[in-house]
Design a protein around this ligand. Sequence first.
Ligand SMILES: Cc1cn([C@H]2C[C@H](O)[C@@H](COP(=O)(O)OP(=O)(O)O[C@H]3O[C@H](CO)[C@@H](O)[C@H](O)[C@H]3O)O2)c(=O)[nH]c1=O
Length: 361
Amino acid sequence: MQNVLVTGGAGFIGSNFIRYLLNHDNAAHIVNLDALTYAGTLENLRNLPDEGRHTFIQGDITDPDTLAAVFTDHAIDTVVHFAAETHVDRSITGPQRFIQTNVVGTMNLLDAARQAWQKPDGAYASGVRFHHISTDEVFGALAAGEPAFDEQTSYAPRSPYAASKAASDHLVRAYFHSFGLPVTITNCSNNYGPHQFPEKLIPLMILNAVEGKPLPLYGDGQQIRDWLYVEDHCEAIYCVLEKGAVGETYGVGGENQPTNQTIVETICDILDEWLPKASFGSRRSLIHYVSDRPGHDRRYAMNIEKIRKELGWQPSEDLDSGLRKTIAWYLENSAWIESIRAKPDFQAWMEENYGRRSVLA
Ligand SMILES: Cc1cn([C@H]2C[C@H](O)[C@@H](COP(=O)(O)OP(=O)(O)O[C@H]3O[C@H](CO)[C@@H](O)[C@H](O)[C@H]3O)O2)c(=O)[nH]c1=O
């Protein structure tokens, strides 16, 4: 791994991964290709360790010419593909962008890698690798008591976002089977941690609770996600790059599976403990139950036995300490929050999304 193309490296998980790689691998040079859409920001790349090994290029994976130039100009040997539209609610109101970026963009990237790496005899340059970051949402929804998803679970995506990621996974495997491209895939559960865009549950609730704004829980708030601290996720990806077998898929989860209501109550309690007493009393009183997300998946959980047994990775962060680190980061990074709030699309989306929902209780 010498010249690593990280797509979507100005986003939440991508920027955390760049930091992780610069801290843990002293040889890799990173080329970070990011379109800087609403959720990507150069603020995520401030104060990188060993900054000289990071090159930022603003560009879109839907543009094949950009990709061809990046592979040629930077002698890329490894791709770690994060770039994606990721917010389920946005995929319900506007699926087209999800298909463009997540499906067409992934196919363009696979083509560019193949063109750059495949020799005339069909073999690939040694040591090259295309790693695709995917999600447990491709497997659909679990009912209470059903076993967690694993690498053998059939695909059953239910939102436009999940369907676009499922299509991208199938394309990555198709390029492995049809063209021999050396690929690996990870399907991760819900990430949380520093730098997450505040449209997602945990950062949204932190910011609203700090400001005394309503905390909108969708439906009955009893949905379950498997929360993975982002640094654990980055470690898992690095482990797959180092030790994972070509053609293989690995599930990555946090083994923390509370209900959404418990997550939000925990955030409220930590803030009540840390901040001066609010005039309205406990921050739990800010919780409102609002109309549900259409097709809302009830439960996700990812079985991690394969990556644990074969590669020796397991998550190390427990949810309470991970949440405390995350909340502390948001409290200490008001400049980052202001830069996100200043984005033209941010406030409009928040108002539109919540304007659509009625308060249930
Ligand atoms: C934003 C928001 C969310 N929710 C609920 C919906 C979900 O049950 C849960 C988490 O919502 P989100 O943070 O939007 O994440 P979710 O839909 O689970 O999907 C996430 O996790 C996936 C991995 O499972 C990733 O692939 C997605 O990119 C990522 O967005 O909280 C609320 O109750 N209120 C809210 O305001």
